[in-house]
Design a protein around this ligand. Structure first.
Ligand SMILES: *Cc1c(COP(=O)(O)O)cnc(C)c1O
Length: 372
């Protein structure tokens, strides 16, 4: 009767799924590398020279296990954010911390709320732990619908509510008072995950004050974007110390490698590098905006390291993404409403932006010819 080992009920219920198709996979399919890699919101500005040096030095003791408490990094982060070491948790990127949060707060069958079309890894983990995901549509102007998210959390008795601010893929954001009033309206038994992967690119007044006495909020940040350490896989959460203790029961204590820890710590000690990246990204966003206006492809206002060009129509956006791909340019076209009419483009280096501008102009002209 037995057909060998059986997968768990949850695993058997899941459709095969990958949150993102990686540019490496696409390159293997194409049989050649991309010329411009602008589809994954990676930094085009490398890493801090201080991080580079520290990571090289860390190789000398690579035969040791890492510090499972990541003490030095947590201390530096605590100081930076005005909280205590016990209120900081390190993980191998926000993606890891999202999974841990789901595991720590949800039982199979519990409900979590998120926006339809936002960063997909949260929903991926909810499903993977047997939770139910409730999607809330964006507003007409492509913003997370804060009121509807709160209503949905109340209606479904949600354990978790996910909000990216600034948001991916839209790039839109909410200001401090808007987020504060949203947090005040969320029901008491629901934990809000504030994904702040892009907060460093936003003006100072976007980040709400960090109040770790409030057990209802966990904020997540990453070294993948402004610090350029995406491949090193390291991020952190700021939350109540009780919650950090709960995570300690199940987290992978040696899951963040010592090279990443060294790079992250050194990155925090290089404010000049950070400022340069932020300024260059800001300049690049303005260039993209000007380009979009020139080509009749208006962009969504963005406080991140990427910009969405509006093609008004899913089929057109698909065509543009394909034509760009043929010319060696990797950008992302979202699946499904409401973002499938956009192409999302990372802010590249000055050289990359010049090449992108030429290629997008060429593709736009080609489309005009087709539609004209
Ligand atoms: C890029 C991104 C992440 C991924 O962060 P990692 O720390 O690299 O796992 C998380 N959330 C959002 C909204 C992102 O855009």
């Amino acid at each position: 009767m037995s057909n060998g080992p059986q997968y768990s009920t949850i695993i058997r219920s899941l459709e095969p799924s990958v949150p993102f198709v990686s540019p490496f996979t696409i390159e293997r399919d194409m049989g050649r590398p991309f010329r411009l890699r602008l589809g994954a919101n990676e930094s085009s500005f490398g890493i801090s020279p201080k991080a580079f040096k520290a990571m090289n030095e860390a190789l000398e003791t690579l035969y040791w296990y890492c510090d499972p408490e990541a003490y030095d990094l947590r201390q530096a982060l605590a100081k930076r954010h005005g909280v205590t070491v016990k209120e900081i948790l390190i993980g191998s990127g926000i993606d890891d911390l999202l999974g841990l949060t789901v595991r720590t707060f949800m039982d199979p069958g519990d409900v979590a709320v998120t926006s339809m079309g936002t960063y997909p890894t949260f929903a991926y983990h909810v499903k993977g732990y047997g939770g139910k995901i409730h999607f809330v549509p964006y507003t007409e102007d492509f913003r997370n619908d804060l009121g509807a998210l709160v209503d949905a959390a109340k209606r479904t008795n949600a354990k978790l509510l996910y909000l990216a601010n600034p948001d991916n893929p839209s790039g839109t954001h909410y200001s401090k008072p808007q987020v504060e009033s949203f947090l005040n309206n969320v029901p008491d038994c629901c934990l809000v995950i504030l994904d702040e992967a892009y907060i460093e690119f936003a003006p100072r007044d976007v980040g709400t004050p960090i109040q770790t006495h409030d057990r209802r909020v966990i904020r997540m940040r990453t070294f993948s974007k402004v610090y350029g350490l995406a491949g090193a896989r390291i991020g952190y959460a700021i939350t109540n110390s009780e919650t950090v203790d709960a995570f300690d029961k199940v987290r992978l204590h040696y899951g963040v490698n010592s090279v990443a820890l060294a790079g992250a710590l050194a990155s925090l000690n290089d404010p000049t590098f950070e400022r340069t990246v932020i300024q260059e990204v800001q300049r690049g966003r303005h260039e993209y905006e000007t380009l979009g206006n020139k080509l009749g492809l208006p962009v969504l206002p963005s406080y991140t390291n990427f910009v969405c060009f509006n093609l008004q129509d899913m089929a057109v956006a698909k065509r543009v993404a394909l034509e760009l791909k043929k010319r060696g340019v990797f950008v992302r076209q979202a699946n499904g409403q409401p973002f499938d009419r956009f192409i999302r483009v990372t802010v590249g280096s000055p050289t990359e932006r010049t090449i992108f501008s030429e290629i997008l102009s060429e593709v736009a002209t080609l489309l005009e010819v087709i539609h004209g």
